[in-house]
Design a protein around this ligand. Structure first.
Ligand SMILES: NC(=O)c1ccc[n+]([C@@H]2O[C@H](COP(=O)([O-])OP(=O)(O)OC[C@H]3O[C@@H](n4cnc5c(N)ncnc54)[C@H](OP(=O)(O)O)[C@@H]3O)[C@@H](O)[C@H]2O)c1
Length: 303
């Protein structure tokens, strides 16, 4: 039997690389769409695209089992007006580029798994957000709304579509955890701001498996891809200090976080906003998390 092919648009990054490895191990054929393709020794194919226009890459979609769209400029940059335009455009354009390719295919992908983020809900303090919670306000909420709207606007008939509103992904080699670990090891791992903002974290292993379940099982619609136990920032930093055997550290007030973020070309609101999302629909589907508790996830990752 010929191998099933999965196309990962924007698959060269933190989540895409983990997913590509996982799918390869399960004998899928994996094609990554990237702006800078390279030869790889691991059996994964990289094809050039610009994330905007159709091109020769569209033939990779023919007969594919699924397309997974992870493309988008990294949100860890100052949210200036110019950057916000690019953050949105890089996401919306990639959806349009894939959508434009579909009508020309004899056999379009059976499923389209689209990344989004829990930023959709805005800053929600300690209120719980599930998939039916309305979208919030603020830059991240606006970006996510435009991003998801682009997928909803793809003309019918569409492949089975799944939107994953992803939380704060914890991994060893990407995302924010390595930076937070470094700061913590330097005895600077205090709570951020008032520490009461919620972090909807998820272990990389679990989010990777959610993508696979979305491809292989009959999911459809919107799912919060977060772990079942969001924690406050103060608790998160407490567990991170404990994982690295560091004592209590003084909190970093919000103004210091804003100043530090400016110096580091980052964005303070990413650390200061609160989101307490729960994976209601995944749990209803019967998804079992390998990492239910933060201590357990950090024990695995902080080694
Ligand atoms: N990691 C998280 O904690 C997290 C949380 C919530 C949501 N998400 C979302 O999930 C997706 C994947 O996350 P990630 O952590 O893997 O991100 P990442 O490491 O930054 O990778 C994103 C990929 O998007 C592509 N890209 C960047 N700018 C682009 C542009 N202007 N046009 C087209 N493609 C562009 C890049 O591929 P090339 O440079 O190779 O073209 C890059 O590999 C992102 O959309 C992200 O917003 C991630």
């Amino acid at each position: 039997m010929s191998q099933k092919r999965i196309v990962l648009a924007g698959g060269s990054g933190f989540l895409g690389q983990a997913l590509a490895r996982d799918l390869r191990q399960r004998d899928y054929q994996v094609t990554i769409l990237t702006r800078t393709p390279r030869e790889r020794p691991d059996g994964i194919t990289e094809l050039a695209w610009d994330g905007v226009h159709p091109g020769p890459w569209t033939s990779a979609l023919e007969g594919a089992e699924a397309v997974v769209n992870l493309a988008g400029r990294n949100i860890n940059c100052p949210h200036t007006a110019a950057n916000l335009v690019e953050l949105t455009a890089s996401r919306v354009n990639s959806v349009h580029a894939l959508a434009t390719a579909l009508p020309g295919l004899k056999q379009p992908p059976k499923a389209w798994v689209q990344a989004s983020a829990v930023g959709f809900y805005g800053d929600t303090a300690d209120r719980i957000c599930v998939e039916t919670t309305p979208g919030g306000t603020g830059h991240l909420a606006d970006i996510c709304r435009d991003w998801e709207h682009a997928l909803h606007s793809v003309p019918l008939p569409r492949p089975r579509t799944i939107i994953l509103r992803i939380g704060f992904v914890l991994g060893r080699e990407g995302g924010a955890l390595p930076v937070l670990s470094k700061i913590t090891k330097l005895f600077l791992g205090g709570a951020v701001g008032n520490g009461r903002q919620y972090i909807s974290w998820i272990h990389l292993t679990d989010v990777t498996r959610i993508f696979r379940v979305a491809i292989e099982e009959n999911l459809s619609g919107i799912y919060n891809a977060v772990g079942p136990t969001p924690v406050t920032n103060a608790d998160f930093m407490k567990h991170l200090r404990s994982a690295w055997h560091r004592p209590w550290s003084p909190p970093a007030p919000a103004f210091a976080v804003r100043l530090g973020s400016r110096l580091l070309q980052s964005e303070a609101s990413l650390a200061l906003m609160s989101c307490r999302a729960l994976p209601k629909r995944l749990e209803e589907h019967g998804f079992r998390f390998e990492f239910n508790h933060l201590e357990q996830a950090l024990r695995d990752l902080c080694r």
